[in-house]
Every structure is written in C-alpha cells, then in structure tokens.
Design a protein around this ligand. Structure first.
Ligand SMILES: C[S@@+](CC[C@H](N)C(=O)[O-])C[C@H]1O[C@@H](n2cnc3c(N)ncnc32)[C@H](O)[C@@H]1O
Length: 324
C-alpha cells in the first residue's frame, strides 16, 4: 500500500525524522515490534511513503527496508534512499514508541476505571432504544456469516446483547481489568486481550466487528491503521458497526469518577470518519446520528453510528449458530 504525505503534523515528516533519528538509533534494539514504513524524500515537503501493512520484529523490518530500498533504487535511480529511508524506518519506531506510551497509559487508566465503568455502563442499553435497534440489525445482517468481534468491548454489554441476538461473538480489549469485569459478567462469552492498532487475528476471519466508543482514545493519526486492521480481519462482505461521539474537540481527563487517569478523548466528525473508512477500503452503507439521551442515561454528546462493509459477498458459515 502506498500514499503521498506532505502534512505538517504527519509523524513521518522530515523535521520529525531529523530530531528523532539519533536518539532512536540508540534505542532501536529495545523496540519489540513495529509497523514497517519506508519512504523516499522527493523534497522536504513531499515524502512518498510506503506502509507495509504488517507488524514485525526489528530484523524483519530491516530486511523489508533493504528489499524495498533496493526496489526504489532500481525503479528510480535519482532517489537517494540510504540514510533517508533508514530515517523513515527509525521515524516509524519513534512513532510506535510514542504510541506504546500512550497505549500503556490508556490501559492503566481503564484498569483503574474498570469496576466503576462496569457498574455504571453494563446495563445502559436498556435505556438506549436506538442502540438496541442498530445492534439487532447488525446481528441479523451477519447471522450465519461466522465469528464476530466486539472491539474495545469494555465490560461486555454490547457483546452480551449481540450474543443474545444470536451472533457468534467474542470480545477484545486492551485493559486486563476491564476484561476481568467482562468475563465475570458474561461467563458464557470469550474475551481476549488485544490492541486494535495491531490485531492478533487472522486475515479475513470475521463476519462482523462492532466497535462502540472503542475509538474514543485513538488519535486521528492512528485511525488509518486501526481501520486498515479492521478491514484486514474481516471477510469480504464483512460488516463493521462503529459508534462514536461527534465533534472536533480533544478532551483531556486526569480524573474520572474519583479515579486518577490520564487519557485524551477524541471526538470526530462523521464525515472525517467516513473518509478514513473509505480510505481503508470500506464501503459506507449508512450513517446515523442522534442527540444524546438524557444526562442520567449518558454523557451529553451527539452520537454517530456507521455501518461500513468490506467489499465482497459474505460467505455463509456451515456451522449452526445458536438460535434464540
Ligand atoms: C469508552 S470504552 C467503550 C467500552 C464499550 N465498548 C462501551 O460501549 O461502553 C473504550 C474501551 O476501549 C478499550 N481500548 C482503548 N484503546 C484500545 C486499544 N488500542 N485496543 C483495544 N481496546 C482499547 C478500553 O480499554 C475501553 O474498554
């Protein structure tokens, strides 16, 4: 996959690479895993970047770098890939290292919130008729298609609803304590620890993904890789149902429900999310927006739901799914 980038805030920009490279060269051997990115500077404001869409070890990354660098040289003898492209590899390590720190902070914050989150949120769907209707539609669409993952599942109430609607669901979340709550509240559903930025799931293994408020802590620069990962693990014809808070603010919280946390919450415009999903290869089927339910039911933000499909036709699963 390749794309052009010339944005000031792009983590792969030249300034970023210049300041980060020396420190990363020292650091590189400690980064366990990262996404491979290599590129060619056309000029300082125009960088052609190739993202090889895999999470790999350092050795595999460097091998991939050498392979792609030599291809670039063969195709375009005027480009000078050596230091510059190595810089991109290192720049990507830096980006991933920063992501690791953010991810760690998100995990710890949700760990601290988990019991209170479960207490306050686990029964919320009882008071959210539109959410129930959309989840029922989603379950009917992917019925008999195969496994479904609830990403960023929290205490597992969305997974619970989909399970009860007949979906072959499992939950995935980054927070071990959130997962402990989910397992306790839903002993008949499987829950796994995982990171939506690098899903430990096979290509094309899912009929559907639900992701309710799962992207609230994902910075917009990481949305492309999150949506590419979601598309990768869906079967052709697989369906994504995404819910998020709409807006364009970033809210930082150091304390929630009396617990110390450190998290940014990102609000997104439905149009921006639509564009990211389309860029990741999804076809948008429907975007629904609603005003918030009353304050005693939920946080007062406008909500959006997007049904998006990986192009293709969903295969019917031969196994018999539970009927309810
Ligand atoms: C706002 S909560 C939403 C929980 C639930 N889906 C709901 O509707 O209430 C966000 C959840 O996403 C999880 N999460 C955040 N970043 C994640 C990541 N990179 N990968 C997997 N889960 C993540 C958090 O641990 C948390 O449980």
């Amino acid at each position: 996959m390749g794309h052009e980038s010339n944005r000031e805030d792009d983590p792969h920009s030249s300034g970023f690479l210049c300041t980060r490279s020396p420190e990363l060269r020292r650091d590189a051997s400690h980064a366990p895993l990262f996404k491979v990115t290599v590129g060619t500077i056309v000029n300082w404001r125009n960088i052609a970047i190739t993202v090889i869409d895999r999470v790999v070890s350092i050795d595999a990354c460097l091998q991939e770098y050498v392979r792609v660098a030599s291809l670039h040289v063969k195709r375009n003898p005027v480009c000078k890939p050596d230091g510059i492209m190595a810089g991109h590899v290192l720049g990507t390590m830096a980006h991933n290292r920063m992501n690791d720190n953010v991810t760690q902070s998100i995990r710890e914050s949700y760990d601290r919130l988990a019991d209170e989150y479960a207490r306050r949120i686990f029964n919320e769907l009882q008071q959210k008729p539109l959410d129930r209707e959309l989840l029922s539609r989603f379950a009917a669409e992917i019925a008999r298609g195969g496994e479904v993952c609830d990403i960023g599942c929290g205490p597992g109430h969305v997974a619970r609803y989909l399970h009860d609607a007949g979906a072959a669901i499992f939950g995935l979340d980054i927070s071990p304590r959130m997962l402990a709550q989910a397992r306790q509240l839903n002993p008949d559903i499987s829950f796994h620890e995982g990171n939506m930025m690098a899903l430990d799931l096979q290509d094309g293994m899912l009929a559907g993904i639900s992701a309710f408020y799962a992207i609230v802590n994902i910075p917009k620069t990481s949305l492309p890789s999150v949506f590419r990962e979601m598309r990768r693990v869906l079967q052709p014809g697989g369906l994504l149902l995404l819910a998020f808070h709409t807006g364009d603010e970033i809210l930082h919280e150091d304390e929630l429900w009396g617990r110390h946390v450190s998290m940014d919450f990102f609000l997104f415009s439905p149009l921006a999310i639509q564009r990211h999903l389309e860029a990741a290869g999804f076809a948008i089927e429907e975007i629904i927006e609603r005003e918030p339910y009353p304050p005693e039911v939920e946080y007062q933000s406008r909500r959006a739901y997007i049904f998006a499909r990986k192009p293709g036709r969903l295969a019917q699963c031969a196994t018999t799914l539970p009927t309810r």
